[in-house]
Write a protein that binds this ligand. Sequence first.
Ligand SMILES: NC(=O)c1ccc[n+]([C@@H]2O[C@H](COP(=O)([O-])OP(=O)(O)OC[C@H]3O[C@@H](n4cnc5c(N)ncnc54)[C@H](O)[C@@H]3O)[C@@H](O)[C@H]2O)c1
Length: 329
Amino acid sequence: MVKIALIGCGTMGRTHAGGYLKIKEAAVTAFCDIQEERAVKLAEHHGAKAFKSFEEMLEQGDFDMLDVCLPTYLHKEYAIAAMNKGKHVFCEKPIALTMEDGEAMLEAARANEVKFSVGHVLRFFPAYKQAGEQIENGRLGVPRLIRTTRNQAFPQWSWENWYQDYAKSGGPILDLVIHDVDWIIRNIGAVERVYAKSFNGTVAGQEHCILLLRLKNGAIAHVEGSWAYPSGSAFHVTYEIVGTKAQIEFDNLTTSPVIKQTCENGLHKLEAFSPVEGLSEPYCAELNEFVRSIEYNLPLAVTGQEAVEALKVVLSGIQSSKSGQPVSL
Ligand SMILES: NC(=O)c1ccc[n+]([C@@H]2O[C@H](COP(=O)([O-])OP(=O)(O)OC[C@H]3O[C@@H](n4cnc5c(N)ncnc54)[C@H](O)[C@@H]3O)[C@@H](O)[C@H]2O)c1
């Protein structure tokens, strides 16, 4: 049984807590939040202990791993403090706000010989897993063109509105688009060059962004993200991947199945897959992988190094959007 302490009982903390209830090798023994009532509520539900102070939880809590669901600017400090006490760490994405912080987290995990993973959950969403499988088994041929969108209203739910402060959240290029960037790197290939357009935080809470990625294998990706849809808009994500043999597309609002198009003997053929998307299941799946990697000493599904690679691409995107020039990695 892996004993877990969870810090940050906000939106993602509550989602993760629900996920652990379905994992047979997991038991959350401690919750921590500076808004103590949030920790108490989850602790009551899980039969765990509630803490207001992280230091107290680190000293008194009985746990093997820390799950960091804090605002992004706090990830490094808390993850490293736990690693230095010999705890494994699962940290929400994005890993950190800077390469230096991300690298310091990798180094602390190495030095303390603990497992460390980051919540690149898109890899666990059925529609994205299916596209990955189609690419891996060669059914699309060679992927050449990728188009992804991830659009929503400004995330207004956060503690002290920390998403609004780009020094804390990084804005939508760092916070949002990193999901698709990680997925593209892992399923299609490493990024060579980035060109990006956005408002760079100059229009608070109204940011659209577009990244154009050139991959080392020659494919190009158009990656779009937004925090500027009208308040109350549905979360809208899409992808289109065009390979030399077939194309595959997904739209979470209009085509709940994934659609694959092929052309055989001059005949156009459409094929639909139905990913069953329980909202919390991908989060449960990513945590299940991490818990099992500890319990049975298995390789990580998502490594810290991979999270740093994705961070490098989005930071290059921010740099490009500020300078107006493409950035080579
Ligand atoms: N994987 C995903 O799909 C996804 C979705 C949303 C957010 N995120 C990421 O998850 C992380 C958390 O985001 P959120 O939306 O849950 O934020 P949130 O604002 O909803 O929750 C943050 C919580 O942390 C608590 N907190 C702040 N400082 C603390 C401290 N020093 N000690 C203890 N508790 C503290 C706050 O009281 C709050 O309850 C961010 O890194 C964000 O980018 C990931």
